[in-house]
Design a protein around this ligand. Sequence first.
Ligand code: NCD
Length: 349
Amino acid sequence: MATTRVAQEEPVTATAVADGGATTASTSPWQHRHLLDLDDVSTDEIATVLQSASAMKAVVQRDVKKVPTLRGRTVVTLFYEASTRTRVSFEAAGKLLSADVINLSASGSSAEKGESLLDTVLTLQATAADLLVIRHAHSGAPYFAARNLTRTAVINAGDGAHAHPTQALLDLFTMQEHLGSLKGRKVLIVGDISHSRVARSNLWGLCKVGAIPVLCGPPTLMPWDLLKGRTEQPGHPFASVQVEQDIEEAMRDADVVMPLRIQKERQDAGLLPSLREYAQQWQVNSERLARLAPNALVMHPGPMNEGVEISPEVAHGLQSAIETQVTNGLAVRMALLLLMATPQGGLNG
Ligand code: NCD
């Protein structure tokens, strides 16, 4: 659904930012004005984001982290749902790139007085927001904003159970940083997949980079609608996705295991027996961890319910990349702001 723009000026690349402008900017294949999901983002574009994120991570690890690249640009974060990591990392990303960052949440905004989403986003555009980072409980809300904005680019920071593309990109970055090429890597996602926007965007990303996503969890929480026809229809985007009912079997030789939080706020009652029983059957714990491939990673988008989908020892254990995911989230979001707010990304086009 995202619109495509053509480069009009010399792009500012992440490498050029990281080395203070010493590198000559080269043309990047990033083509999107908005980032709404990964379904229409190409494998080359994903590679561009991950490459830029690497350069941004080097910036984040310096003593003095701030670079002037987005001076004069305004990033607005508009969150209608709770968030810690995503909101803070977008804010930090904008600030490290010297953009002006304005944070707005539904409580405390005119949404509480009944203002519509349309009026809210048009108001933000009228106050010169270059980039709008939006999270909303309704699937499709960022698409609606993107359709109605002519001067502001939109980044989806999570819409209902539909998509969370920046989380999927930071997950890909973390896996690639640790494992190298993701082609043929077995990535096991466990738990409430049908209500997880993280899982959905990860499925697009993982399939595009040639990894093998394996889904495991209670059959009532599997995204059967999404997977329909994948083994019969030629060229189905999720043809490589596997479903495994038995967690012991699913964990065998997995390169990554990603347990997910049960999304109680998005599901009807009756899909699960009890959290205690869920934990017994599906929890990623130390005993089960022994089945993974050596050097495998444990990942979780957060927030975790320790003791339910993941045991505390595993969450904070040696194989856990959960904190690294947060740092990488900052680098990936800096890369995206850079790609989308500089001419190549389309704001001037
Ligand atoms: C996730 C989200 O909000 O979709 N968290 C995040 O962005 N890091 C996952 C969740 O809420 O369980």
